[in-house]
Structures are given as structure tokens and as C-alpha cells.
Write a protein that binds this ligand. Structure first.
Ligand SMILES: Cc1cc2nc3c(=O)[nH]c(=O)nc-3n(C[C@H](O)[C@H](O)[C@H](O)COP(=O)(O)OP(=O)(O)OC[C@H]3O[C@@H](n4cnc5c(N)ncnc54)[C@H](O)[C@@H]3O)c2cc1C
Ligand SMILES: Cc1cc2nc3c(=O)[nH]c(=O)nc-3n(C[C@H](O)[C@H](O)[C@H](O)COP(=O)(O)O)c2cc1C
Ligand code: SF4
Ligand code: SF4
Ligand code: FES
Length: 1019
């Protein structure tokens, strides 16, 4: 661009540029961050294809900065329709040109999708819809290497306007009135800082842009310089004019080559166009900027260290005062602002301080850019008004947590910040509220953590980081962070003492109080916040030598076997399947879990939730592989028989998974075991609850038969009426595993009307053949497995319609995710955020009165409490109501026994030994935990068997978990394979029958799936 000699020339130039003919289609490709995934190759392919088809006049390719939705790299937008394509590769280019550019049609495969919804236009994607992109307005839109493009989009007009109509003091007053606070971390009011520097004695005055950006996970400053460098330069020109500075520096880390390149180009262009240098726009104002590259030390982001670094000295902080405002660069008054702070300045002047101050909260005005990273679906750059909640950012914009895992915490503010737990999801993010919950806004790094993230390990990561970044000038930081890092290393290795948690906290307080600069003063924040909110995780590492998130290498061999409550050696049997060694694989499973056939179908598979392969694409289908093994090995086989006389008599009450597992392992350990079951069938909920379309009865029988073959005796139709009965029969120990079959009541009018029944009794009657049809309109109340099974069973029994009412949201339903999806496919209508208030009917049910709910404050778990919506009453017609809102154990058999410890309607038992009280009573499964899962019941049975054996004088040893060496890590091709799907009966063919829905894997599919396992134990 030629030199612009006046403000009018700039305006004329802008008009001229806007009038320029552009292509009919403009393809904007992110060519900065997305470069790592091949953006330049995509651009080259576009150029080639456009050349080949001679479309140069009609189609323009613009290489832009970050579009924000970095999870979709390589990202592009096609204007004028604003079609957003993601994950684009050079191979997609010919199709894009043919279908979208020439054919005007969208390519679904490349559109953004949440799984349930596919959206083609950028502005309709929730990620963009819910943002307020003020500073990022042109990032991803303009070509950052083109001054023309920037000017066409309004660059430098705010500066020109300021020169023409505002005195420097007026600009400062405007910035003060806008309420802008520094975006670099501390949140100091920007206008006030400018005022100090303007009025400070001494010349020349300097301004500096702090683009050191050392927080791991933060990249908003980099993205701004890469994607819209003229905006930052314009902000600095305005600042220099207001402060009275003639020289400025942009201090940017050398690790940001694209940011440096684009800023260098922009500075050069601005200088040549008369926007920088002498006599800017003919106004007589002189100002120039230089880039200084930092070597990448976190401490150099601290302003006094940064100044030392620009001066050519070692980047070490010095005590303040004097502040840089009075004695900064080369001892002269200096103003330092962060990149984003500078970028806000033109936006303030564009519309005026009052309009700017409309955005945000009382104490924090404007927007904030967050670098959303970690365990969240839509990672990228997000700009929202100050005061937006974490929940909105993570769930509405970020699309929630991937792989069905739960949100655990967010690290806000990088190494200087803190970990915020789920219960603060609704706290508005502004400088003051964030500080109140133990974090700091920092520069805007926001790392999302799910249930597989260990909070101690996170604290260790950040402490190691600050420790290695400490400049070493003062002892509390240099030595204190080292000692803290050592303690954390011991905790994550399971080698620490309990007292060390408090030592860590005390040390943290000292480091915070006694360090010289912000690095040391904030270094303990991650540790202190995790101790404050996740102390139980610290204790589990120390006391139980267990990492509850299955992440700490020293305590966990593989996340899958650690996350499996029964600790089946998953990696071993999966490896054996990959080699076709199925009998050995089955044996590995049975060494910890005597229910492979059942768990292969109905387990809620926590192993898969935590499987590390899931971090790459999808978890290994561990459950399907278990099913495959149990189906394929046709011989039931027999466990090793106990040789010799059995010693020690154990009674087990209840033949559910808890009771039978305990009985099985006790039998293997040489005990004489007798199981008493009240029903005529064996298996507890497995036989009388879970419907056969999920768990065929002959499949269950296989596992039960194997358990019997271990020497377990089972008596059915025998309800134990009192524990005294068993004492009189001289059992040496008793394991109480009676499950939770007593339904919780709704406690609403009309609950005893005919046609209202509880889910457990309903399913039991079906499973025992007592009920064979259920006509009419059925309403099921609840959100767990019992509710979903009841609803799907009702459909199979001929119900005209089935509606399921749940008081929370779909995401919060406790039922197994896959089962919810199947229920929807089969035609169960689900209503969320509704609660029943009365059942109506004369003699038999006619309708149910419900109240719509709205979500209130978050509870401890981070879930928002449902509260009745005023005026939200609705009446639904119904003929049958099935209640599935929770169950507790029926404990009348223990009423007169003083030894069994009962609290809050459940049996109390030690979490490791399952012992209840001081005598010979043990308890486990749902009777202790309340409604839980099959695998948790199995694990309780396993622990009880060990503890009972020890109690009886044995060693309490289970068979060795491992024992068959299998294959090594997958090769590249095997590892790249997608998760193998399974086939099932289509929903329309499921009505009226209870046939099993899903078919198992073929041998080929099972082997391919098993080869996807990364063998994490071999890392
Ligand atoms: C409908 C439904 C579907 C479910 N689906 C799944 C699923 O898909 N995946 C999953 O992981 N979990 C599921 N669950 C949960 C899971 O089934 C339970 O957590 C598990 O069965 C608990 O095992 P348990 O051995 O403690 O008790 P139970 O399986 O309940 O067994 C207890 C047994 O004790 C007997 N009993 C009670 N009192 C006496 C007495 N006084 N004398 C003699 N016998 C007595 C009962 O008759 C019963 O057979 C489901 C639960 C329900 C209700
Ligand atoms: C250890 C440490 C690192 C820092 N890193 C940065 C940084 O990377 N970028 C930044 O703008 N501010 C950083 N700061 C804050 C700066 O010292 C300073 O407050 C900020 O640049 C002022 O600009 P602002 O008022 O626009 O926020 C850091 C502070 C400390 C203590
Ligand atoms: S607190 Fe740490 S980083 Fe800061 S001056 Fe002291 S030793 Fe250096
Ligand atoms: S990849 Fe394999 S070893 Fe690793 S967690 Fe998943 S199943 Fe286990
Ligand atoms: S880096 Fe390409 S979209 Fe963010």
C-alpha cells in the first residue's frame, strides 16, 4: 500500500478497498495453528484445483488466522454462505470445489457434528453462536499478511478517529471509563496505568506489548498476533499517542515463529503506509515499534524480568517499587500491557466506552478470550463476555466432555491459577469471583479435566513446571517449590505419609507469602486448590496406595484393569484374544470375575470409560471382547477343584453377583459355602431384573453352572427370616448380599392407586412369567437402569405408548448410555426436567400430574438441582405408572440381630474387608452401596471372600490375575483401525419379543478390535 499522508486518505483507501471486486466465493482457510495438521497443503491443493478448472476469477482463497474451533483443524469457511468445514485434508479439495463451490451443496461429512446434530453454517454452530467475538472479530476472517485486507475490515480507523478528535487525556479518560482491566493476569485497570505513565517524570517513555505467553495450554496471544496483528499494532499506536511514547516493543517468545513472521510483515506494511514511524497519517505524531524475541522463560512474562530481558540482561524479576510506570525500560517510564489488552483498545474507541462497558460484569468489563483445552469436545479459542459461567463455556460452547466421561475440574489461569471443582460450574468468570474460589483469571488458559485426570498429578505437573521455571533469585521459591515437587512425587508414587499433605499446604503458604515475584507468589495455587477441593484423592494415594483416577503410573499398571472394580487383567485377555487364544483369555477373566458371559453384555464397563485408547479415538470395545470370549469358548469348563477336606462353613444370603462371587472364591479357597436364595431362581437382579433381550437366561446359566462346579451349594426358595437361623446352624461366617429390592416411594397423592407399581416388582413378575402383557399408556418415572428396562419391557409387552419422566437432564441419567440410546430408538418417549406431583384416577390410574422443573444452583457433584418451575404443572394421561426412583435393602431379617450395623437404611460395612461390626458378619453389593452395578457387586464379593478367608485363618489369596504372556504393542496399521461395530436387530423387529438384540463379534472382528489395544502396561 502506498504511504497514506492523511486521515482522509486512510478513509478513502478503505472505501476503495471495499469497492474492490472479490470472488463470488471466498474460501477462508486457517493457515496458522491448523498448519500443524496440513493447512498449507490444503491451500496448495485449493490453488491447484482452482487453476486446473480456471476458476481464478470466481474463487478466492484467503489464508487466515485461527477460526477458533481448533478441534476441527484443518478448518475453513466458505463465503458468502458461511459454510464451515472441519478436518479438511488435501484429498477433500476436489470434492469441495465440485460440490460446494460449483454445485452449491454442502458436504455433510465435513460439517460440524455433535453426534446428534450436523450443522453446516458457521454462525449456527453452538460453539460460535454463544460467543461474543469482539476482539477476535477479524481473526479467521482477514488475511493477516495483508494490510489491504485489514484496512478493508476497518483496521486503523479507530486510531485515525482518536488522532482527529481526541486529546491524549481524552483517550485515557475513555479507556478508564470503559473499565478495561489488564488481560495478562493481574487485572490492573489499564487506563489508570496509562495515566501513571503519562504523568510520570522522565523522557523518553516506552510502551511494551507482553506476548511472552508462557502458560502451558494458553495460546490466545499467539493467535491474535498470528491472525490479526494490525489490531494489536493499532492498539499500541493509540496507547503510545495517549501516553506520549515514541517507541514501543513487542516482546514475543521465539517459539512463536508464525506470530513473529506475521507481526514483522504487519510492522513493515504499517511503516510503509505511514501508519507507523514519523508523522503518522500526517498528524505529526511519531511512533515506531520493534520486535524483541524472548527465549521462552515463563518468568520473563513478569514485567520487570521482561524489561531486564529487553535490556539484554538475564530475565530476573526485581522488587517493586519502583514500578515500571516510573522506572521501567532503561530506567524510563514504561507501560506494559498484554496482547489482548492492546487489542481491546481500538474496539473501545470504535463504539465508545459506554457501549464497551455494557458488556461484562460490574467489576470486569468487556469480553475475555479463553484458550479452551484439555478434556472438552470443542477445544479452541473462545471469546465471551466477562461473567460467563464455566458451565456455559465448557458445556454450551465447548460441547461438554468427550467419551461419556464426567467433568471433574477446570484449571483456570495456568500455573498461577487453581483447580476449580464441579460445584463452581455456575460461578461467573470475572476477576473477583474467580479469585474467591481459589483461582485467578490469569491470561485465560482454561484446561478442562475429566474423571480420568488425577488432581495430585495435575498439581505435580504445575509444580514441576514452576519449579523448573523459577529464576532462583529467592530461596522460598527456588527451594520451596523443589520441596513441594518432591512431596508430590512421593504422593503420586504411593510413598508418602499422611502428615505430608499438611506439610505441603504449610510449605505452599510460606512460598506464597515470602516469594519476591508473582511466579513464586502464585506457584502454590494449583497445590493449595487441589488440597482444598480434592483432599480425598491425596489421601487415597497415601493410605490406600490407589489413584482414584487410574492415572498415576507408579500405582496403576493399566487404566483399564485399575478402573475395573474387580481388577480383571484386561490388557492380558485382550492380548490373548488378538492371538486367538480364547480359552486362556477366558481363564484370565475368571480369575477375577466368575461372570464373563453376564459382564460381556450388561456391565457398565468403567474399564472402557478410562481406556487410554479413548483419548485417541474410541476406547477398545473391552465389553464386547469379553462377550466374544465367553460365547466362543463353548465348553463351560470347571474351575480347579479344591482337593482335600473343606474347612470353615460360610453362609451367603442372596444369589446375586455379590453373593455368588464371594461363594465362588471362598469355594476355590477350600471353604464350605452355602448360598440361600429367597426366589426360585438363581442370580438376583441378573435373573429377576435385567430383561432377557439384554441378558438371555441360558447365558446367565453358563456362568452360574461354572460357579456351582467350583463346589458352591445353592438353595433356592429359601428366604432367611432372621440371622439367628444361621447362627443356630453353626456357620463360621455369614456374608449378607441381599441386594436392594425395596422401592423408594414417591410420597405423592394417589401413589397407591391400582395401576401404579414399582420397577423391581414389575420386572420380577415379567421375568418369572407372572405378567405377560401391559396394554395402555405407560408412564415410567426414573432415570436409572431399572427405569429404562421397565420402559423397554413395557413396549415389548404391547403398551400403546411409553413415556419416561426424569427430573434432571438426559446427560445426568444414571442408566448405561447405550441403553438410553436403544430405548429412544425403540420408541420410548423421554421427558426431562419433570417431576410427578400426583397420580389421578378413581380406583385405577387415569392420569399423572407433573411439574416442569428448572435447574437451580449446582450441588456438590456439580449437577444443578432441579427445582419446580412456577406455573409449570401439566397433566398427562396414563393407564399404568411404573416407579423406578431408587431402591434400598429389605432388612427385616436383621431386625433382632444386634451385630449387623445398619445406617440410613443400608448395611454398613468396611470398604476393604466388607466386614459389618465386630463379629463374623460381612456384607456387600447393593445392600451396602444402594443401587449400583453388577461389577461393583462382583468386586465386593471378591473382597469379602478374601476377608472371610483371612478371618477363618486362611491367606485370603485369589488366583494370580495374570499368567499368560500375550502379544506386544500393535503395529501402526493395527493401531489405526477404527473400533469394530456390532450388529443388532433393528428396533421395529424388537416389539413383542424378548430375543437378544445384539450379536457378538466374528472372530475376524474380535481380533481386529483386540489389536487396537495399545498395551499400556508395556509403556
Ligand atoms: C432392572 C435393573 C437393571 C439393571 N441393569 C444393570 C446393568 O445393565 N448393568 C449393571 O452393571 N447393573 C445393572 N443393575 C444393577 C445391578 O443389577 C445390581 O447392582 C447388582 O445386581 C447387585 O448385586 P447384589 O448381589 O448386591 O444384589 P442382587 O442382584 O439384588 O441379589 C440379591 C439377592 O438376594 C436375595 N435375597 C434378598 N433377601 C433375602 C433373604 N432374606 N434371604 C435370601 N435371599 C434374599 C434376592 O432375592 C436377590 O436374589 C440393574 C439393576 C436393576 C434393578
Ligand atoms: C511469572 C509471571 C509470568 C507472566 N507472564 C505473562 C505473560 O506471558 N503475558 C502477559 O501479558 N503478562 C504476564 N504476566 C503479567 C505481567 O507481569 C504484567 O502484569 C502484564 O503484562 C501487564 O499487562 P496487563 O495489565 O495488560 O495485563 C506474568 C506475570 C508473572 C508473575
Ligand atoms: S519468586 Fe521465584 S521466579 Fe520470582 S524472583 Fe523469586 S525465585 Fe525468581
Ligand atoms: S488401550 Fe488396552 S491396555 Fe490401554 S487402557 Fe485400553 S484396553 Fe487397557
Ligand atoms: S488453529 Fe486453526 S482453527 Fe484454531
Amino acid at each position: 500500500m502506498n504511504r497514506l499522508n492523511s486521515i482522509e486518505e486512510l478513509h478513502r483507501k478503505q472505501k476503495e478497498l471495499l469497492a474492490r471486486p472479490r470472488g463470488e466465493r471466498v474460501i477462508r482457510v486457517c493457515s496458522t495453528g491448523c498448519r500443524a495438521l496440513g493447512a498449507l497443503e490444503v491451500c496448495e491443493a485449493l490453488d491447484r484445483e482452482i487453476d486446473r478448472l480456471d476458476l481464478g476469477d470466481r474463487v478466492q482463497v484467503v489464508r487466515t488466522g485461527c477460526h477458533g474451533l481448533c478441534a476441527g483443524a484443518v478448518a475453513m469457511v466458505i463465503d458468502p454462505r458461511g459454510i464451515f468445514y472441519q478436518n479438511v485434508t488435501p484429498h477433500d479439495v476436489p470434492e469441495i470445489i465440485e460440490t460446494t463451490i460449483l454445485g452449491n451443496k454442502t458436504i455433510r461429512r465435513l460439517c460440524w457434528s455433535s453426534g446428534r446434530q450436523t450443522i453446516s453454517r458457521q454462525r449456527d454452530i453452538p460453539f460460535y453462536q454463544r460467543q461474543t467475538r469482539v476482539v477476535l472479530r477479524n481473526c479467521g476472517v482477514v488475511d493477516p499478511r495483508s494490510l489491504e485486507d485489514a484496512v478493508a475490515h476497518g483496521a486503523y480507523l479507530a486510531a485515525a478517529d482518536a488522532f482527529s478528535r481526541m486529546p491524549p487525556e481524552g483517550i485515557i479518560a475513555e479507556v478508564i471509563a470503559s473499565g478495561l482491566r489488564g488481560r495478562g493476569g493481574a487485572g490492573f485497570p489499564t487506563g489508570r496505568k496509562w495515566e501513571f505513565v503519562r504523568s510520570a517524570a522522565g523522557q523518553p517513555k516506552y510502551i511494551i506489548c507482553n506476548a511472552d505467553e508462557g502458560d502451558p495450554g494458553a495460546f490466545m496471544d499467539r493467535a491474535l498476533l498470528e491472525g490479526d496483528p494490525h489490531l494489536v499494532i493499532e492498539g499500541m499506536i493509540i496507547g503510545a499517542y495517549a501516553i506520549g511514547a515514541a517507541k514501543g516493543f513487542i516482546y514475543v517468545r521465539a517459539e512463536y515463529p508464525i506470530a513473529i513472521e506475521h507481526t514483522e510483515i504487519a510492522l513493515d506494511q504499517a511503516r510503509r503506509a505511514g501508519l507507523l514511524g514519523e508523522d503518522i497519517l500526517g498528524t505529526g505524531f511519531d511512533f515506531d515499534l520493534e520486535i524483541r524475541k524472548g527465549a521462552g522463560a515463563f518468568v520473563c512474562g513478569e514485567e520487570t524480568a521482561l524489561i531486564a530481558s529487553i535490556e539484554g540482561r538475564r530475565g530476573m524479576p526485581r522488587p517493586r517499587p519502583p514500578f515500571p510506570a516510573t522506572s521501567g525500560l532503561f530506567g524510563k517510564p514504561t507501560n506494559i500491557n498484554n496482547v489482548e489488552t492492546w487489542a481491546n483498545v481500538p474496539r473501545i474507541l470504535e463504539k465508545g466506552a459506554a457501549a464497551y462497558a455494557q458488556i461484562g460484569t460490574e467489576g470486569s468489563k468487556g469480553t475475555k478470550i479463553f484458550a479452551l483445552a484439555g478434556k472438552v469436545n470443542n477445544t479452541g479459542l473462545v471469546e465471551v463476555p466477562m461473567g460467563t459461567t464455566l458451565r456455559e463455556i465448557i458445556f454450551d460452547i465447548g460441547g461438554g466432555i468427550p467419551h461419556g466421561r464426567r467433568f471433574k475440574a477446570a484449571q483456570i489461569g495456568g500455573p498461577s491459577g487453581g483447580c476449580v471443582p464441579a460445584r463452581y460450574l455456575d460461578v461467573p468468570l470475572d476477576y473477583d469471583s474467580v479469585q474467591m474460589i481459589g483461582a485467578i483469571m490469569g491470561s485465560g488458559g482454561l484446561i478442562v479435566m475429566d474423571q480420568a485426570t488425577c488432581m495430585v498429578d495435575i498439581a505435580k505437573f504445575f509444580t514441576d513446571f514452576v519449579q523448573s521455571e523459577s529464576c532462583g533469585k529467592c530461596v522460598p521459591c527456588r527451594v520451596g517449590t523443589k520441596r513441594m515437587a518432591e512431596i508430590l512425587a512421593r504422593i503420586t508414587a504411593g510413598q508418602a505419609e499422611l502428615t505430608e499433605i499438611d506439610q505441603l499446604a504449610q510449605l505452599g503458604e510460606v512460598v506464597r507469602e515470602a516469594s519476591l515475584c508473582g511466579l513464586g507468589q502464585t506457584a502454590p495455587n494449583p497445590v493449595l486448590s487441589t488440597i482444598r477441593y480434592f483432599r480425598d484423592e491425596y489421601e487415597a494415594h497415601i493410605v490406600e496406595k490407589r489413584c482414584p483416577s487410574h492415572a498415576c503410573k507408579a500405582l496403576v499398571s493399566t487404566t483399564c484393569s485399575s478402573a475395573c472394580p474387580a481388577h480383571v487383567s484386561v490388557q492380558d485377555y485382550v492380548a490373548l484374544v488378538a492371538e486367538g487364544r480364547l480359552a486362556e483369555a477366558l481363564e484370565v477373566i475368571r480369575r477375577r470375575n466368575p461372570f464373563p458371559s453376564v459382564c460381556g453384555r450388561a456391565c457398565d464397563h468403567p474399564c472402557e470409560t478410562f481406556c487410554r485408547r479413548g483419548d485417541l479415538d474410541e476406547p477398545v470395545a473391552i465389553r464386547h471382547l469379553k462377550r466374544f470370549v465367553s460365547d466362543r469358548v463353548r465348553e463351560i469348563g470347571a474351575p480347579p477343584k479344591w482337593r482335600g477336606p473343606r474347612q470353615g462353613r460360610v453362609a451367603v444370603i442372596g444369589s446375586g453377583p455379590a453373593g455368588l462371587t464371594a461363594a465362588y472364591f471362598l469355594a476355590l479357597m477350600g471353604r464350605e459355602v452355602k448360598v440361600y436364595e429367597a426366589l426360585e431362581v438363581v442370580g438376583g437382579v441378573l435373573a429377576a431384573g435385567i430383561p432377557p433381550y439384554r441378558l438371555p437366561r441360558q447365558v446367565l446359566q453358563r456362568d452360574i453352572e461354572y460357579i456351582r462346579r467350583a463346589g458352591v451349594e445353592i438353595e433356592t426358595g429359601r428366604r432367611i427370616a432372621s440371622l439367628q437361623e444361621l447362627r443356630e446352624a453353626n456357620f463360621d461366617a455369614i456374608f449378607v448380599a441381599v441386594g436392594a429390592h425395596q422401592s423408594s416411594r414417591l410420597n405423592i397423592p394417589g401413589e397407591d392407586t391400582q395401576g401404579v407399581q414399582d420397577a423391581v416388582s414389575f420386572l420380577r413378575r415379567i421375568n418369572l412369567g407372572e405378567l405377560t402383557s401391559l396394554p395402555g399408556r405407560v408412564v415410567v418415572i426414573g432415570g436409572g437402569n431399572a427405569a429404562i428396562d421397565s420402559a423397554r419391557t413395557a413396549l415389548r409387552l404391547g403398551a400403546d405408548s411409553v413415556s419416561l419422566l426424569y427430573r434432571r437432564s438426559r446427560e445426568e441419567m444414571p442408566a448405561i448410555r447405550e441403553e438410553i440410546e436403544e430405548a429412544l430408538l425403540e420408541g420410548v418417549e423421554m421427558q426431562f426436567l419433570v417431576a410427578p406431583i400426583a397420580i389421578e384416577g378413581n380406583g385405577s390410574v387415569r392420569a399423572i400430574r407433573i411439574n416442569e422443573m428448572e435447574l437451580g444452583e449446582a450441588d456438590e457433584s456439580g449437577r444443578r438441582r432441579p427445582i419446580p418451575k412456577p406455573g409449570g404443572e401439566v397433566v398427562m394421561e396414563a393407564d399404568q405408572v411404573i416407579v423406578a426412583i431408587g431402591q434400598g435393602p429389605e432388612l427385616s431379617f436383621a431386625a433382632s440381630d444386634g451385630q449387623l450395623v445398619v445406617a440410613k437404611g443400608r448395611i454398613s460395612a468396611h470398604p476393604v474387608t466388607q466386614r459389618s461390626g465386630e463379629g463374623n458378619l460381612f456384607a456387600g453389593g447393593d445392600a451396602v452401596t444402594g443401587p449400583a452395578t453388577i461389577i461393583e457387586a462382583i468386586a465386593a464379593g471378591q473382597r469379602a471372600a478374601q476377608a472371610i478367608d483371612l478371618f477363618l485363618g486362611g491367606k485370603g489369596e485369589l488366583p494370580p490375575a495374570r499368567g499368560f504372556p500375550g502379544r506386544s504393542k500393535p503395529d501402526e496399521q493395527e493401531a489405526a483401525a477404527p473400533r469394530q461395530a456390532i450388529r443388532g436387530t433393528p428396533p421395529r423387529k424388537r416389539k413383542g419379543n424378548f430375543m437378544e438384540i445384539f450379536k457378538g463379534y466374528s472372530l475376524q472382528a474380535a481380533c481386529a478390535e483386540a489389536r487396537r489395544c495399545l498395551r499400556c502396561d508395556l509403556d
